[in-house]
Structure formats: structure tokens, C-alpha cells
Design a protein around this ligand. Structure first.
Ligand code: SF4
Length: 332
């Protein structure tokens, strides 16, 4: 496992946004690695920095008002933060692809899905129109759309939400990228279709060896799909480790709260753990973060030290790290 090639390495990523109320540091020192064929889950509530991390990796942070102010993003030895805009256009969709929560925002309503998949491949590969059209049918089969030869002529509005997400996956994978970023890919879909999409992604990962970053607030999906998980809060990574270790032995109070929010399935009935079913309070405004741990206002373990000092990252095991004073001995 540890011998696998590192495909993507993000170090000390910092992103700021200028607002009327001041400059907000929406990502602060984020480090991530992704190895060949690995699925890394990124979890956290809305506004914790998950999607901003993805947009930064794609170099799609809206600038202005946003700006990547520090860090490196290294894809197979190439620093994406030093790449030209032209180079990024070459890499996006070819070596690194992204699928979003709502496929209709990415699909063009006036072109057939076949034309859009064919265009995605022709942007990056020197193949003929006929070859690209055949590739579109093949990809629809790969993502398990029935009657692919017929459906390739459909327009996006003729498909269900689940089918449209399959088309997006087909477009994202048509060039066999090294990295697929899936940002809340099933949130708009019903539960049965969600399970089918996760099943499809797992299958494609096994088949192609694609590395996946799965961004979600769905801990169940992380348990099913991911090898490792990073938990984000207020623009920082607060816990990271193998899924087995983090989910069975969560160390950060925020991670424990997230896990406690997951319904437990007993004898087929979904049953909420009412003891810790909610994390009190809300994600703080990034503009109003104080000196100390950003989670302190919501943390029942908060100590005086937590309100004035930033906890450093400490190791729980070789593969599990946490940013919390509870794991750093007594206050000095
Ligand atoms: Fe809670 Fe303090 Fe740990 Fe932050 S550092 S999560 S406030 S115990």
C-alpha cells in the first residue's frame, strides 16, 4: 500500500478571499496526498473548505475575489500553481477531472450527450469524429446507461438526474485521467441512485486504477468508498487517517460529532444516535476566527488554552493524525 506512487501532493495550501468585511483565509495550510488507485475522502460541513480545496487543485478558484496565496500542488511531478493557463486547460479533463453535484450546470442543454462526450475526448486526443462518436457510445456503456447506441442522441433534459450524473462521469473519465475529483456527486439524487453511482465509481476505480478525491458530508459514503479520510473544519484539516482508524477511533471532537450524526442501521431500521446526534452551534465565519482552535466555541472539551493557541498536528498512529490539544498532553 505504502509502495504506491504518489500522484498528487498538496502542501501548505492557503487561499484567501477579499470581501467587503476584510480578507478571509478560507484555506489555511492544507496538506494532502493521493496515491495511485487510492480514494481519499474529504468530509466536513458546508463552508469548511472541501470544495475550495477541489477548486484550488483544478486551478478554478474565482480570481478575484479569491487567490491562492501559498502552497504547492504537485501532480505527477508538475507544480500546478506554476503551470500556465494554457497548460491547465490541457491538464483539465485529460489528467485531472472533476464532477459536480448538479450535472445540469456542466452539461450544455443544446448539444446531445454523445456530442458532448465526443468533444471532451477530441479536446485532448487526436482522433477522428467517427472514432470520438464510437468512444461516446463505449463510455455510455461503461457507465451502465442502457441502450447506449440510442441514448447517445439524447439531450441532457431527456435524462433523469442519475443518468445525467453517469454522463458526467463518462465525460470525466473518457481520457482516463490520473485523478478524478467528485464533489458531492450524489447529493441531488435519491438514496437508491446514490448507491448505484457510488457502486459505479468503485467499479471504475478498480478497473482503471484512477485515484479519486471524494468530497462529501456523507460519512456512510466514505466508509463504503474511501481508503483514507481527511476531516476539514474552518479551512484546516483537523484529522486524517485510514478510514478504518478514523471511523472506529475518531480523535477530534468534531470528527466524533460528524460520526455521531450518521443514522445507525439496526435490523433494517434507520435509528439516529440521539445522545450526540448534533454538533452544537454552527461553522464559524472565517472572518471571525480568533487566535485559538476554530472548533472551541462548539467543543465541550474546550480548555482555556484552546481559545488562545492553535493546536499542532500530532500522530495517533503512523497513519492517523489529529490537530487537537486533547492529544498533546497537559497545557504548559
Ligand atoms: Fe476542542 Fe480544544 Fe481540541 Fe479544539 S483543541 S477540538 S477546542 S479540545
Amino acid at each position: 500500500m505504502s509502495e504506491r506512487e504518489t500522484i498528487l501532493r498538496v502542501e501548505n495550501l492557503c487561499v484567501e478571499f477579499k470581501t467587503r468585511a476584510g480578507t478571509a483565509r478560507v484555506l489555511d495550510g492544507v496538506d494532502l496526498t493521493l496515491t495511485q488507485g487510492e480514494t481519499l475522502g474529504i468530509v466536513g460541513e458546508s463552508g469548511c473548505g472541501k470544495s475550495m480545496t477541489a477548486l484550488s487543485i483544478m486551478r478554478l478558484v474565482p480570481t478575484p475575489p479569491g487567490r491562492i496565496v501559498a502552497g504547492t500542488i504537485n501532480l505527477r511531478g508538475e507544480d500546478l500553481l506554476k503551470a500556465s493557463d494554457q497548460r491547465m486547460r490541457e491538464l483539465r479533463g485529460d489528467r485531472i477531472s472533476m464532477i459536480f453535484q448538479e450535472p445540469m450546470t456542466s452539461l450544455n442543454p443544446v448539444f446531445t450527450i454523445g456530442a458532448q462526450i465526443a468533444e471532451a475526448v477530441r479536446l485532448h486526443k487526436p482522433i477522428s469524429g467517427a472514432e470520438a462518436a464510437a468512444k461516446a457510445v463505449e463510455m455510455l456503456r461503461v457507465v451502465r446507461i442502457p441502450d447506449a447506441e440510442q441514448r447517445v442522441h439524447d439531450y441532457p433534459h431527456q435524462l433523469s438526474g442519475g443518468m445525467r450524473q453517469r454522463v458526467m462521469i463518462a465525460m470525466a473519465l473518457v481520457c482516463q485521467p490520473d485523478v478524478l475529483i467528485a464533489d458531492e456527486p450524489t447529493t441531488a439524487l435519491d438514496v437508491t441512485v446514490q448507491a448505484q453511482i457510488f457502486d459505479l465509481l468503485s467499479d471504475l476505480k478498480q478497473r482503471n486504477g484512477t485515484s479519486i478525491i471524494l468530497i462529501t458530508h456523507n460519512i456512510g459514503a466514505i466508509a463504503e468508498m474511501a481508503d483514507r479520510v481527511a476531516v476539514m473544519y474552518a479551512g484546516r484539516k483537523v484529522e486524517e487517517g485510514t478510514v478504518a482508524s478514523v471511523l472506529s477511533n475518531p480523535q477530534h471532537p468534531y470528527t466524533r460529532g460528524l460520526i455521531a450524526c450518521v443514522p445507525h442501521l439496526d435490523d433494517g431500521d434507520a435509528e439516529m444516535d440521539t445522545d450526540l446526534a448534533e454538533i452544537p452551534g454552527m461553522v464559524p465565519s472565517i472572518l471571525k476566527l480568533g487566535m485559538g482552535c476554530a472548533f472551541a466555541p462548539r467543543c465541550k472539551h474546550a480548555m482555556d488554552r484552546c481559545r488562545v493557541e492553535q493546536p499542532a498536528v500530532t500522530s495517533v498512529t503512523d497513519t492517523h493524525r489529529v490537530r487537537c490539544f486533547l492529544h498533546q498532553g497537559a497545557p504548559s
